[in-house]
Design a protein around this ligand. Structure first.
Ligand SMILES: Cc1cc2nc3c(=O)[nH]c(=O)nc-3n(C[C@H](O)[C@H](O)[C@H](O)COP(=O)(O)O)c2cc1C
Length: 340
């Protein structure tokens, strides 16, 4: 059993400077988006989840998920997989390639493709194997901190978050993130703050609360559970500046001017073009732009036109016209509806 004293816990040291953490988001927290986040956030960011099987085989596509730059720090690599020995090999490869500062194990993903291999939230159904995985990962990582991300349990009848947190602690993890929903709930309903508070009250290691944090009120509500840190996922897809606004005590809606938002979009386009190349960047940036504009005046009509745009030039003609109409200094007023 590894002792995890408060003074030496490296996650706590980061959280003492910045209580917010950027969640791992598949297809979103890629290098270009992380670069954008860094304008508003110097806390801990996770990569999207990366398959240990792909990493141990050194599959090109999987290894591309591991590209990390200096500006990414502090960054954690999130891994998923269901075999302890695969973690041992994969972590060797990860550390050979990039020397990750933190590694996280995904035990919360509810997506069928991931569950089918016994990974993600399926691991909460097999605490014994999960313990072996945490132990194997910790052994392979040595001094590098390990974190684990879970849900409350498989369903309401199987709420085993306290058991999973205890196992993570005993096998050497330095923190556990708890998404306050079960696997069955997926992303529906409201996050369960009482059970997150219960997880924190029973834990011997730092707990990071996750779920539905999108503004100052929801951030404070999550902090009121007693958690040591607060992880934000979907909120940053729509408003990547929300880390800065929340830490300044202001809501993300109304925080940006329209011209600043347009500058941000242009920057993301430049970042994506470098990362994905001329052939493939356009569809990805359209996805982000639609998220950023959601709830703004005329955004629904613009969305349809945007998806039809065949070239970057045409896209910018449309966006120039749109942002030109909105004016330079008006504050962006964005409604609170969730990312679709
Ligand atoms: C598009 C998308 C991709 C996600 N990818 C991952 C992932 O790679 N690893 C993971 O642990 N969770 C993933 N999640 C879950 C989030 O990290 C987070 O736990 C969840 O969205 C709840 O937080 P939120 O309410 O702040 O979004 C993903 C969620 C979304 C919406």
């Amino acid at each position: 059993m590894t002792e995890c004293s408060k003074s030496t816990n490296r996650i706590l040291r980061i959280l003492n400077k910045n209580k917010l953490i950027a969640a791992p988001l598949a297809g979103v927290t890629t290098p270009p988006f992380r670069k954008l986040l860094r304008k508003y956030f110097d806390g801990l960011i996770y990569t999207e989840m990366v398959s240990v099987e792909g990493v141990r085989r050194k599959a090109d596509r999987t290894l591309s998920y591991l590209s990390i730059t200096e500006s990414d720090q502090p960054i954690g690599v999130q891994l998923f997989g269901s075999k302890p020995e695969a973690y041992t090999e994969a972590i060797e490869v990860v550390q050979d390639y990039i020397k990750a500062e933190f590694v996280d194990i995904n035990m919360g993903c509810p997506v069928k493709k991931v569950l089918k291999s016994g990974s993600g939230c399926a691991m909460m159904k097999d605490p014994v194997n999960s313990g072996k995985i945490v132990a194997a990962a910790k052994k392979a990582l040595g001094d590098v901190p390990l974190t684990v991300k879970i849900r409350l349990g498989w369903d309401k009848k199987n709420l085993n978050y306290n058991e999973m947190i205890k196992i993570a602690y005993e096998e050497g993890a330095e923190a556990v993130t708890v998404h306050g929903r079960t696997k069955t709930e997926m992303f529906s309903g409201v996050v369960n703050y009482d059970l997150i508070a219960d997880a924190k009250a029973n834990a011997k290691l730092p707990i990071i609360g996750n779920g539905d944090v999108v503004d100052v009120a929801t951030y404070e509500k999550m902090l009121a559970t007693g958690v040591d840190g607060v992880m934000i996922g979907r909120g940053m897809m729509k408003q990547p500046w929300l880390f800065e606004s929340i830490l300044n005590g202001r809501d993300p809606s109304g925080y940006m001017t329209y011209d600043k938002l347009y500058e941000l979009i242009k920057e993301l386009v430049r970042n994506e073009k470098i990362y994905k190349g001329e052939m493939f960047f356009l569809e990805t940036v359209k996805k982000y732009i639609v998220w950023f504009l959601k709830g703004m005046p005329g955004a629904a009509a613009l969305r349809n036109k945007l998806y039809m745009c065949p070239t970057e030039t045409e896209m910018f003609v449309m966006l120039d016209e749109y942002f030109g109409r909105l004016g330079q200094s008006t504050m962006c007023s964005i409604s609170d509806d969730a990312v679709g």
